[in-house]
Write a protein that binds this ligand. Structure first.
Ligand code: AKG
Ligand code: FE2
Length: 196
């Protein structure tokens, strides 16, 4: 398969359900499950600090620190398997991502609430490349102005690009599910301004 556009009014989505073949995707999932320093990130919710309902790790070039939900994260160094993806994404998209947020959803209870990736260091119209591994989970988008919404199933080995005004116009979330599901890893590659 190749990337194809998914219609989203005032946004820009592109999707390749089979960006990685099953074999390399399996190997990547195994390497990341075991090799990443998974942490509980503390996030601010309704004015209180709470544990986020998933495991996470912020990875990036030296200096690529990231302020998110009231906390500043210093980057962990790139594992080799993620540098390989960075190089492939640069070749295919012409974007040199300098950081990646890795998230581990251990089961259907782990999730991510509604947000936009609109931190100033991402710039006004960021390109975010989201690679999914493991269990297929439901990704939701809804317009900030209360208009339409969209649901996407993100399978093992898929690539979703969010570009243009997608962050400005929409929020997105990774829904919890009561279905019994195995673990899922998501990688959102980002290019952030360093030195801010
Ligand atoms: O897990 C996902 O598919 C979404 C992750 C996400 O929105 C993020 O890392 O900002
Ligand atoms: Fe996000």
């Amino acid at each position: 398969m190749a990337l194809s556009a998914i219609p989203l009014p005032d946004g820009d989505l592109a999707f390749d359900p089979t960006w990685l073949d099953a074999g390399p995707a399996d190997a990547l999932f195994a390497a990341l499950s075991a090799g990443i320093a998974w942490q509980v990130h503390r996030i601010r919710m309704f004015g209180r600090e709470v544990d986020s309902p998933r495991r996470s790790c912020w990875i990036g070039d030296p200096g690529a620190s990231y302020r998110y939900s009231g906390t500043r994260f210093e980057p962990h160094p790139w594992p080799t398997v993620l540098l390989t993806l960075r190089v492939r994404l640069r070749a295919e998209l012409g974007v040199d991502f300098n950081s990646v947020l890795a998230n581990l959803y251990r089961d259907g209870g782990d999730r991510m609430g509604w947000h936009s990736d609109d931190e100033p260091e991402l710039g006004p119209r960021p390109c975010i490349a989201s690679v999914s591994l493991g269990a297929t989970r439901r990704f939701l988008l809804k317009r900030r102005d209360g208009g339409g919404r969209l649901t996407l199933e993100l399978p093992h080995g898929s690539l979703l690009l969010m570009r243009g005004d997608t962050q400005r116009r929409y929020r997105h979330a990774l829904a919890r599910t009561t279905r019994p599901v195995g673990p899922r890893i998501n990688l959102t590659f980002r290019r952030i301004a360093i030195g801010g």
